[in-house]
Design a protein around this ligand. Structure first.
Ligand SMILES: [Fe+2]
Length: 198
């Protein structure tokens, strides 16, 4: 990525506490996106139980921990999963991107999960972490091809910012701020979500 563009995006992240990246700024190939979608479908197939009320003030939505659901049938399969997902979201290019945007020398990727919001579902306003000092960013990769509504909203004090995530885009946001996902009004919003400890 061009140095000037990177600087501009970093300033944007600093100011707005989120940025939305689209290709070619995301170092993922078509094959890697295809693979992520395949992983998501496998995770969904292997999930246990129905939709759960994951947060206060939310509708029911699927929150699938990839480590326990994707290819959960055998230990061997679990190893395959670890390798496949790691190859994609922890590739040198992706790690470089995380570091460039967060400014951290080292990042730790935490438990990837899949969130599936069907039509009429939403995630209410909440904050995932309480610690103000600890820098944690969330990465959201949009893998839902056809959906409407489901805008991501982040609150900076009383200012509200809203963004709709196009198919195969990537959102980076500062997890210390309150956020929500508005009601999906059509289709299915499917995302791969993981956090970066810096
Ligand atoms: Fe959240």
């Amino acid at each position: 990525m061009d140095g000037k563009i990177l600087k501009k995006l970093r300033q944007e992240l600093e100011k707005n506490k989120y940025i939305l990246l689209e290709r070619p700024k995301i170092p993922l190939t078509d094959d890697e996106f295809d693979k992520l979608e395949e992983i998501l479908i496998c995770a969904e197939r292997n999930r246990s139980g129905g939709p759960k009320l994951a947060k206060d003030n939310s509708s029911c939505f699927y929150e699938i921990d990839l480590q326990t659901s994707y290819f959960s049938v055998s230990k061997q399969s679990r190893v395959e999963y670890e390798e496949e997902i790691t190859e994609i979201i922890e590739s040198d290019e992706m790690i470089n991107l995380y570091k460039k945007f967060t400014g951290a020398d080292e990042v730790i990727i935490n438990s990837p999960q899949v969130n599936i919001l069907n039509t009429q579902c939403w995630i209410g306003r909440h904050r995932d972490i309480d610690c103000e000092n600890e820098e944690v960013f969330n990465i959201v990769i949009q893998l839902g091809k056809i959906y409407d509504g489901g805008e991501f909203v982040i609150y900076l004090e009383e200012k509200l910012q809203e963004v709709w995530l196009p198919y195969r885009s990537m959102l980076i946001f500062d997890l210390r701020f309150e956020h929500e996902v508005k009601k999906v009004i059509d289709g299915e919003r499917r995302t791969l979500v993981y956090s970066l400890d810096c």
